[in-house]
Design a protein around this ligand. Structure first.
Ligand code: NAP
Length: 243
């Protein structure tokens, strides 16, 4: 196990699969204790078993992060087990692609709540402890869709622009108190993301996309800079993507 994050405690949201799972494993390999959260307990338990087998202390907390009471329960569980949280990776997210006419108010609430409300609730829960210690890292896994409007992604773009704006504003509030805010903005990543809501499993473009591990490495880069360096934005694109 690495030493880069030795003794740090990291929470990764949306850790049951995809980018979150890869990030949890990568931060654990770098020496962090890892709190893995998402809604699906079975996948989180399997992840924590993998962490345990590689000597990483892990904790699985099943939670719907759009719900304030669940985030409160996550905070209690994390602090009871590890005493503090140093790194928060706001990664949980969903997307539905299609023309605006195909999107409902329920789709809007689903995307905005999962992508932005969860980021707000988790940041509000874990930032105060970081500010008290004058040290911490908050990473938002946003998207290229948070930097640029894209066809058939109106609401998804809105939710990701919201995350980026939130992060930019937060950076002003926290940087003088030792808390670093980073945005990681990937283009297409080969995960289960949006399968059935715009992407299909047999889409030939999937294999050209980046891997979850590529994004996990960017998160690790953001949280392992020298004390006086902060990385605000990391943009990642597949070689094939024309954006
Ligand atoms: P994914 O494989 O579908 O994973 C999404 C994760 O979010 C899952 O762990 C899911 O777990 C969790 N989640 C969804 N709703 C939740 C809720 N209400 N409460 C708690 N957890 C919830 O997708 P991914 O590709 O890894 O995406 C991760 C992040 O990267 C997202 O924010 C996405 O917008 C962003 N991103 C993805 C791509 C891409 O092409 N894949 C590109 C740019 C940015 P449960 O279902 O178990 O709750």
């Amino acid at each position: 196990m690495g030493e880069l994050l030795k003794g740090k405690v990291a929470i990764v949201t949306g850790a049951s699969r995809g980018i979150g799972e890869a990030t949890a494993l990568t931060l654990g390999q770098a020496g962090a204790h890892v709190v893995a959260t998402a809604r699906t307990a079975q996948e989180l338990d399997a992840l924590v078993e993998r962490l345990d087998r590689s000597g990483v202390q892990g904790l699985a907390v099943a939670a719907d992060l759009t719900r304030e009471e669940d985030v409160g329960r996550l905070k209690t569980a994390a602090l009871d087990r590890f005493g503090q949280v140093d790194i928060l990776v706001n990664n949980a997210g969903v997307g539905k692609y299609g023309p605006l006419s195909s999107l409902t108010a329920a789709d809007y609430d689903w995307m905005m709540n999962t992508n932005m409300r969860s980021s707000f609730l988790c940041t509000s829960a874990f930032l105060p402890g970081m500010l008290e210690r004058n040290e911490g890292w908050i990473v938002f896994v946003a998207s290229v869709a948070g930097l640029k409007g894209l066809p058939h992604e109106t609401v998804y773009c809105a939710s990701k622009f919201a995350q980026v704006g939130f992060a930019q504003a937060l950076d002003y509030e926290t940087r003088e108190r030792g808390v670093k805010v980073s945005v990681v903005a990937p283009g297409g990543v080969h995960t289960d993301f949006a399968i059935g809501t715009g992407r299909t499993k047999d889409d030939p473009h999937l294999t050209e996309m980046m891997d979850a591990q590529d994004v996990a490495e960017a998160v690790l880069f953001a949280v392992t800079q020298p004390e006086k360096v902060r990385v605000f934005l990391i943009g990642l694109r597949p070689m094939s993507e024309p954006l």
